[in-house]
Design a binder for this molecule. Structure first.
Ligand code: KIV
Length: 315
C-alpha cells in the first residue's frame, strides 16, 4: 500500500476519477476538511434516496439536503418557505441511501435565527432523525452564537457567505455579492470569523472569482463555490440544474453547467407513453397477468402472486 493510499484510508477520501462503488466508509466532516490542498471537492444537492445513491456511486463527496428543495422540487420562487419537518424527512431518505458521501442538512429559514437553543434543537433533528453528519447555515457574524452553540452540541457546521438566498428580501434580490472593495473585505473578514468559531467548510455563493480565491487562500478550511469561480477548494451545484431536470422554459443561473438534459428525456418518454396508452400499444401481454381459469380451486386461496421479484423489491 502506498503512502497516498494509507492517507486516503485515514481521511476516507478517494480520487474523483476512481470512485469505488464498494467503498462503504463514509466521509466525515474532519475528513472533508482535511481534503483542503490535497484535491478538489465535488458536492451536489440531493433530496431523495435514488438520486442520492446514484450521486454517491458517482463519487460525489458531499450531498447537501439543501433548502433549494423548496424551489426545484416544490416549485416556490425562493427558499424561505422550506419546512424543517419536510427537510428532515428528505434528509433521512438521502442519508439512508448514500454510503460514502458526507450528508449535510441545510437549516431552513428561521430555524437558527432566534436563539442558540432553538438552533441546537433544530440542527439536532437533522442528525438524530435525518441521519446527517453535519449541518449548514447561512450568514456571518450575526450567526456566531448559534454556530458556537451547535458546535458545542458536537454537530459540525458548514458556513455559507456571499449570496445567502434566505436573505433575498434584505439583499433586494438574488445578486452577486462582494463586487465592491468594502463588501469584499467584509466577506473575507466574516469568513475568518466563522473559521475561528469552528466551521469545517464554507460555501461561497455568487461572489467574484478573485474574492473567492482570496478567501480560499486566507482560511484553513475548504471553500465550496457556487458561482464563485475556479479558485475554490470545491464546487457545489443544485442537482436539478446539473441534469436539466427543470420545468419547460425555466431559467438557470449563468454559473450552472448542464451535464445532461433529463428534462428532454422525461418529456420524450412521457409523450411516448401517452401515445402507447392511446393506441393500446401499452400494456403488452408480457406486461399483463394471466388467470389460471382452468383451475377449479377458489382463487382467494390460490396463494400469493409474486408481484415483486425476490429480493429486489421491484415488480
Ligand atoms: O440550498 C442549497 O441548495 C444551497 C446550495 C446552493 C449551496 O444552499
Amino acid at each position: 500500500m502506498t503512502k497516498g493510499q494509507i492517507a486516503s484510508l485515514a481521511t476516507g477520501a478517494q480520487g474523483p476519477e476512481t470512485p469505488d462503488p464498494a467503498r462503504t466508509v463514509r466521509l466525515t466532516a474532519p475528513a472533508l476538511r482535511a481534503l483542503k490542498g490535497r484535491r478538489k471537492i465535488a458536492a451536489l444537492t440531493a433530496y431523495d434516496a435514488p438520486t442520492a445513491a446514484l450521486l454517491d456511486a458517482a463519487g460525489v463527496d458531499l450531498l447537501l439536503v439543501g433548502d433549494s428543495i423548496e424551489m426545484v422540487v416544490y416549485g416556490a420562487a425562493d427558499t424561505l418557505g422550506a419546512s424543517l419537518d419536510r427537510m428532515v424527512a428528505h434528509a433521512r431518505a438521502v442519508s439512508g441511501s448514500a454510503k460514502r458521501a458526507l450528508v449535510v442538512g441545510d437549516l431552513p429559514y428561521l430555524t437558527y435565527h432566534t436563539t442558540p437553543e432553538d438552533a441546537v434543537r433544530n440542527a439536532a433533528r437533522f442528525v438524530v432523525e435525518g441521519g446527517c453528519r453535519a449541518v449548514k447555515l447561512e450568514g456571518g457574524v450575526q450567526r456566531l452564537p448559534m454556530i458556537k452553540a451547535i458546535l458545542s452540541a458536537e454537530i459540525p457546521v458548514m458556513g455559507h457567505l456571499g449570496l445567502t438566498p434566505q436573505s433575498v428580501n434584505a439583499l433586494g434580490g438574488f445578486k452577486v455579492q462582494g463586487r465592491r472593495a468594502t463588501e469584499a473585505r467584509r466577506i473575507v473578514d466574516e469568513a475568518k470569523r466563522l473559521v475561528d468559531a469552528g466551521i469545517f467548510a464554507l460555501v461561497l455563493e455568487c461572489v467574484p472569482a478573485e474574492v473567492a480565491a482570496r478567501i480560499t487562500e486566507a482560511i484553513p478550511v475548504p471553500t465550496i463555490g457556487i458561482g464563485a469561480g475556479a479558485g475554490c477548494d470545491g464546487q457545489i451545484l443544485v442537482f436539478h440544474d446539473l441534469v436539466g431536470l427543470t420545468a419547460p422554459g425555466a431559467r438557470t443561473p449563468r454559473f450552472v453547467r448542464r451535464y445532461a438534459d433529463v428534462g428532454a428525456i422525461v418529456r420524450t418518454a412521457a409523450a411516448a407513453y401517452v401515445a402507447d396508452v392511446r393506441t393500446g400499444a401499452f400494456p403488452s401481454e408480457a406486461e399483463s397477468f394471466a388467470a389460471d381459469l382452468a383451475e377449479s380451486r377458489d382463487p382467494d386461496h390460490a396463494g400469493p402472486v409474486a408481484l415483486y421479484a425476490a429480493g429486489t423489491g421491484r415488480r
